[in-house]
Design a protein around this ligand. Structure first.
Ligand code: 26Q
Length: 822
């Protein structure tokens, strides 16, 4: 019977339509007379979901049978965006299903627009996790992601009078076809309680974590299809629910209402994603999220490991766990607890297994982003874990002491515990000590962590434990899906679509940069992407953005270190310059549309003022008829993955202008260049490696280098550094009220003065303006610009997340692909 009725792939137009109609009638319980775009989306999504589930089942079955080593990617964020278009393309169904939808009376574009983003992430780190899952699936690696199923993703951004307002992102309002609820997989997680000591049958002192309050972690699986493979991997997201059994004694004691209330609190744990990007908040609920997640995930992994009768010392041969930043670091402690307290292993044997299992990716050097948790809070929530952390630290520091006798200084610097009042746990230190590999996310960043924040660890462990794994992006979503016209033009030049699985093949585009006809068509694609964006801008903001202008884009989280403030100050400078020109002189000007987008953390007041300033400048400039189309300023609200897919292909130049040494990598820089956009950037993060790949002629770099930053900051701190005169006149212009009531901007302007200009805007402003001039000049030669654009795309092969994932697999995880059978 299974053979007869088993999985039947319907991948042609007719079977799509059959399935579509069936889902409308059954899943949606609607009649064919009552199908709007949203229902059409749902029916299409459910049809695709069925295909995904077949692949998911086949892949997971194959992996269970073969039992290879698996990697588990632990990430508190998976910023997936929409799934339908991506699944259609990865499964190779877009054409057939597109035809099928059309015949049913819908436009595929409208159908795709119905989907809400899965926005379970803040920015770079979360989107990186999503790109890595796409590559893991595409390259047939046996991999799972583990994360949290937040009820509310990153907030939606609205503007009111130019100020950011936050709205809840209740993304599960309608049914979510992209998840498979596994209500049978439920793991009880505890908090609180106490530790009891006892002597076991062998006379050893043992510890047991007892008591505490429990909640349940329920699994929701999100299938991630690979491109051009049957392989379909899984992201398991945990949702918190009240535990099943109710405390009867409390019920009988008349505490029914209170007990029900406490149960309801369980759901708080996974209610909301913390909206802070690159900023640590020491909230108890955040720590609870972290523990809830790692406890459930480890229990799940160990259950799977125990199905095969293997000895514990083989655990690291079957399981690799990658820690996406320090957020999952408690997993190190929890695995040690399981092995020692529950499985009865000796401490040292357990610790050897633990350190061979984990590897840790660091994403930042910013001090305010480093995770630290107060010891009393950890102790109260996780008493046994706190003891184990102290023990890990003790044994670690004993080894340090042995290697560096009588060096009190290095002990204090390396300690997992920060000795302040109260004490804190330094999660990065714990992650380093508990992992066999530590990596940064771009070459400069990986060197910086070795020479600054982790330099004493390098002294102790030697340099080999610290590696670089330069980030990558998936070309499937970020070119093929977001920019179908360019994808087609590339495929036409290269003869086939192999480049989508081997991005280094893009280098064969280089000769086409010489073809006048190819350049013409390349330009036409960029132009039509700009038209698409201009239409979006008009619809959302009412602003006319002329697609014949240079589109200058900065979209990313709003943060002082990313220096959107410097960008808007540069815009004001340009505005004044334009106003000073004679009509003659104006004829020579390249018209520009400066586009901003990005969310500020709700409590980050300076970042919110930057948004307000951008909107104020936008209002003044766009309303000033005297400068016509020469300058337009746009803030596009609610920047997210789907918007990025429209904005990135439409950019001529994008800005990645962080203070040198502060942006660990950046990944949107890669997306822009892959789409034939040039970049204006500082010598920071992955900009440096992009420069190495695409060549000096194709990038506009400016500003001080990372090794100058300390001295420059020192100068601001202890001397009176005169402000750059161009910058001063821009500031004066704001202060005189040219962009509305200037008093609201005082705290922002003060960051440059009383704040000692920590991000060095005044030091880089001059060279920033110079670089902008070069951009203007270069854009005048459209044909030359287009050559650069083609060469940029052609030379971006290195930045595929496939390359990055292969490096992780070979050099850190020791992981081999396991192709699922066709
Ligand atoms: C930590 C503790 C408590 C609450 C929140 C957080 C938290 C949340 C998110 C800390 C950091 C993040 C996100 C960091 C992030 O996105 N980093 C970026 O990672 C990218 C991928 O490696 C890099 O390209 C960027 O340079 C880096 O900023």
């Amino acid at each position: 019977i299974w053979e007869k009725y088993g999985c039947e792939e319907s991948v042609d137009k007719e079977s799509f339509q059959k399935s579509f109609v069936r889902h409308v009638n059954t899943t949606l319980a609607r009649s064919s007379l009552n199908v709007d775009n949203f229902s059409a989306y749902q029916a299409t999504a459910h049809t695709v979901r069925d295909r995904l589930i077949e692949r998911w089942n086949a892949t997971q079955q194959a992996h269970t049978l073969k039992d290879p080593k698996r990697v588990y990617y632990f990430s508190l964020e998976f910023l997936l965006g929409r799934s339908l278009d991506n699944a259609l393309l990865n499964l190779g169904l877009k054409e057939q299903f597109g035809e099928g939808v059309k015949e049913l009376g819908f436009r595929m574009e409208d159908v795709l627009e119905q989907e809400v983003d899965a926005a379970l992430g803040n920015g770079g780190l979360g989107r990186l996790a999503a790109c890595y899952m796409d590559s893991l699936a595409t390259l047939d690696y046996p991999a799972w992601g583990y994360g949290l199923r937040y009820t509310y993703g990153i907030f939606q951004q609205r503007l009111k009078d130019g100020f950011q307002m936050e709205l809840p992102d209740y993304w599960l309002n309608f049914d979510n076809p992209w998840e498979l609820p596994r209500l049978d997989i439920a793991i009880e997680v505890r908090f609180g309680g106490y530790v009891s000591k006892y002597t076991d049958e062998n006379g050893r002192t043992r510890h047991r974590w007892e008591g505490g309050d429990g909640v349940q972690a329920v699994a929701y699986d999100v299938p991630i299809p690979g491109y051009g493979t049957k392989n379909c991997i899984n992201i398991r997201l945990w949702s918190s629910k009240p535990k099943r059994q109710f405390d009867l004694s409390r019920f009988n004691a008349g505490e029914y209402e209170q007990a029900v209330n406490e149960q309801m609190k369980a759901e708080n744990i996974t209610a909301v994603l913390y909206p802070n990007d690159n900023h640590m908040v020491g909230k108890e609920l955040r720590l609870k999220q972290q523990f809830f997640w790692v406890y459930a995930s480890l229990a799940d992994i160990i259950r799977r490991f125990k199905k095969t009768d293997r000895a514990w010392d083989q655990f690291p041969e079957k399981v690799a766990i990658q820690l996406n930043d320090t957020h999952p670091t408690l997993a190190i402690v929890e695995l040690q607890r399981i092995l020692v307290d529950q499985e009865g292993l000796d401490w040292d044997d357990a610790w050897d297994i633990v350190t061979r299992t984990f590897a840790f990716t660091n994403h930042t050097v910013l001090p305010e982003a480093m995770e630290k948790w107060h010891v009393p809070m950890v102790e109260y929530l996780l008493p046994r874990h706190m003891q184990i952390i102290f023990d890990i630290n003790l044994f670690f520091l004993q080894k340090v002491e042995k290697q560096f006798p009588n060096d009190r200084d290095i002990l204090a610097k390396l300690s997992i515990i920060e000795e302040a009042t109260p004490q804190s746990v330094r999660m990065a230190h714990l992650a380093i000590v508990g992992s066999h590999r530590v990596n940064g996310v771009a070459a400069l960043h990986s060197n910086l962590i070795k020479t600054t924040i982790f330099k004493d660890f390098v002294k102790f462990y030697g340099p080999k434990k610290f590696e670089n794994k330069t980030n990558g992006i998936t070309p499937r979503r970020w070119l093929h899906q977001a920019n179908p016209k360019l994808s087609n033009l590339i495929t036409e030049a290269l003869g086939d679509k192999k480049w989508l699985k081997d991005l280094s093949l893009l280098k064969n585009l280089e000769p086409h940069a010489k073809s006048k006809d190819y350049r013409r068509r390349w330009k036409a694609v960029k132009h039509s992407n700009k038209v698409r964006l201009a239409e979006y801008i008009k619809a959302k903001t009412g602003i006319d953005a002329n697609p014949n202008s240079l589109f200058d884009v900065q979209v990313k989280r709003i943060h002082e270190y990313k220096r959107q403030f410097m960008n808007i100050l540069g815009v004001i400078h340009r505005y004044h310059y334009l106003k000073s020109l004679t009509p003659e002189e104006r004829r020579d000007i390249v018209p520009r549309v400066v586009i901003f987008g990005g969310k500020a953390a709700p409590g980050y007041h300076i970042a919110k003022l930057v948004i307000k300033l951008i909107n104020s400048v936008s209002a003044t400039v766009n309303a000033d008829e005297s400068i016509e189309d020469l300058l337009k300023v746009v803030f596009i609200p609610d920047y997210n993955v789907s918007l990025a897919e429209i904005i990135i292909p439409a950019s001529d130049i994008s800005q990645h202008i962080s203070t040198a040494g502060t942006e660990a990598s950046g990944t949107s820089n890669m997306k822009f260049v892959l789409n034939g956009g040039l970049i204006l950037g500082t010598v920071d993060g992955a900009n440096i490696e992009i420069n190495e790949e695409i060549g000096d002629d194709n990038i506009f770099l400016f500003g001080h280098l990372a090794d100058r930053v300390d001295d420059l900051r020192h100068a601001h701190r202890y001397r009176n550094v005169p402000m750059d005169p161009d910058l001063q006149s821009v500031i004066t212009s704001i202060e005189t009220g040219n962009f509305g009531d200037s008093r609201i901007f005082a705290p922002l302007i003060n960051t440059l003065t009383f704040g000692k200009d920590y991000y060095l805007l005044s030091d880089d402003f001059g060279s920033y303006l110079d670089a902008q001039k070069l951009v203007d000049e270069a854009y005048k030669d459209e044909d030359e610009w287009c050559k650069k654009s083609i060469l940029c795309t052609a030379r971006m092969g290195f930045f595929s997340s496939d390359r990055a994932i292969r490096e992780y697999a070979d050099q850190i995880w020791d992981l081999k692909p396991v192709p699922a059978k066709a």
